[in-house]
Design a protein around this ligand. Structure first.
Ligand SMILES: Cc1ncc(COP(=O)(O)O)c(C=O)c1O
Length: 363
């Protein structure tokens, strides 16, 4: 799958990277709102650094710093969940929830292109795992109708798919399967990017009711580092009690928790940043759709372009570099065998930078 170790890149300001000594416009990564370089966010991390880097202990022993609890309360309020628990990463958030929910369900129904951390979590739950066709309500319903009577099912899916920004029809899923089924939404890419206030899938779909577990990361649109599970109080209590990965690891570093808390304040104070991200993404995607380069205009700020041949790949690479754009070609689970271009638009790209990308891709 991986042909080589990728080249090094150093972030330079809000929309550029330095690659092989050259400053280039950057349309990669997942720092969609560029909060990792927001002055208030970096200042919050700096202030907290002066008080110490981490707790050097599991939360279950002596590592339960009050700022972790405050951050959890703020995340729960922001995402409108009953309760929250922080984990070292978003990947670990899925694993920790998987261990907490082990034994609760007889069946897991999982989108065939779900993130690897969801798959790993599914494997820990002691349930029968069934895949359904990618973002397909008919496919999900078909798999559901095949379940034996008395089955207790949870559906696992990304709330926004990381490579192409596709959003599954969660409200439609829910209405097809009824209220008994529960929902495990990996919102690592939707948190901060979907919905008017950046609350992710649940806001975007107008609320999903009860029985929803939402996984987020602090390491993408929130510009910091760490992960979190948002759920009902009882589930979060069980996670504290039952999750081995949570018990046996340290929480995220405190300066990064402080940074994430500041990012939440920025999101609340600057909703126009989220609007700009959504508008920028749609502007680029609509142009590329009109040019026949994209089949669909998905809601997320990222998209994939798969070259049809090695020569096309080289041509596009040359055009991107000639336009001063970093050629973000990736080999990653979910891309075609030879890899693909993945571009991510940010709230901070200027119209001239967006136009350059469109022009370079159109050729
Ligand atoms: C859909 C999805 N879930 C979970 C993760 C894991 O998040 P983190 O980087 O915080 O471990 C990622 C990140 O790559 C992701 O794309």
């Amino acid at each position: 799958m991986h042909t080589s170790i990728p080249a090094t890149l150093a972030v330079e300001g809000q929309t550029r990277v330095v690659h092989r000594g050259r400053s280039l416009i950057y349309f990669g990564g997942c720092d969609y709102l560029r909060l990792s370089v927001h002055p208030a966010v970096t200042a919050a991390a700096g202030d907290a650094t002066a008080r110490g880097l981490g707790v050097a202990a599991s939360r279950l022993t002596t590592g339960n710093d009050p700022s972790l609890v405050t951050c959890e309360r703020e995340l729960a309020r922001f995402f409108q969940a009953e309760a929250c628990v922080l984990t070292a990463t978003g990947y670990m958030a899925n694993l920790a929830l998987g261990q907490a929910l082990a034994g609760r369900f007889t069946h897991v129904l999982i989108d065939e292109r779900a993130h690897v951390s969801l798959r790993d979590a599914a494997a820990m739950m002691g349930a029968t795992v069934r895949e359904f066709r990618h973002v397909d309500a008919d496919g999900l319903e078909k798999v559901f109708l095949e379940l034996p009577s008395g089955a207790k099912a949870v559906v696992m899916t990304d709330g926004m798919f990381p490579l192409d920004g596709v959003v599954p029809p969660l409200a439609e899923y829910r209405s097809r399967l009824g209220p008994e089924v529960e929902w495990w939404i990996d919102d690592c890419h939707a948190a901060g990017t979907l919905g008017q206030r950046g609350r992710g899938s649940i806001e975007y779909h107008g609320g999903l009711g009860k029985g929803v577990y939402q996984i987020i990361t602090l390491s993408k649109a929130l510009g910091s580092f760490g992960g979190a599970v948002l759920a009902d109080r009882q589930t979060i209590r069980e996670l504290w009690r039952k999750s081995r990965s949570f018990a046996g690891s340290s929480p995220p570093p405190l300066p990064l928790v402080a940074a994430a808390r500041q990012s939440l304040r920025v999101l609340a104070a600057e909703p126009e940043r989220i609007k700009r991200l959504q508008e920028n993404g749609l502007w680029v995607k609509r142009r590329l759709h009109e040019a026949g380069i994209l089949d669909v205009v998905s809601p997320g700020p990222m998209f994939l372009v798969t070259p049809k041949s090695a020569s096309e790949r080289h041509r596009v690479r040359r055009r991107l570099l000639a336009s001063g754009i970093y050629p973000s070609f990736i080999h990653y689970p979910g891309t075609a065998e030879g890899g693909a271009w993945r571009f991510a638009i940010s709230s901070e790209h200027r119209p001239v930078e967006l136009a350059l990308l469109v022009q370079a891709l159109k050729g």
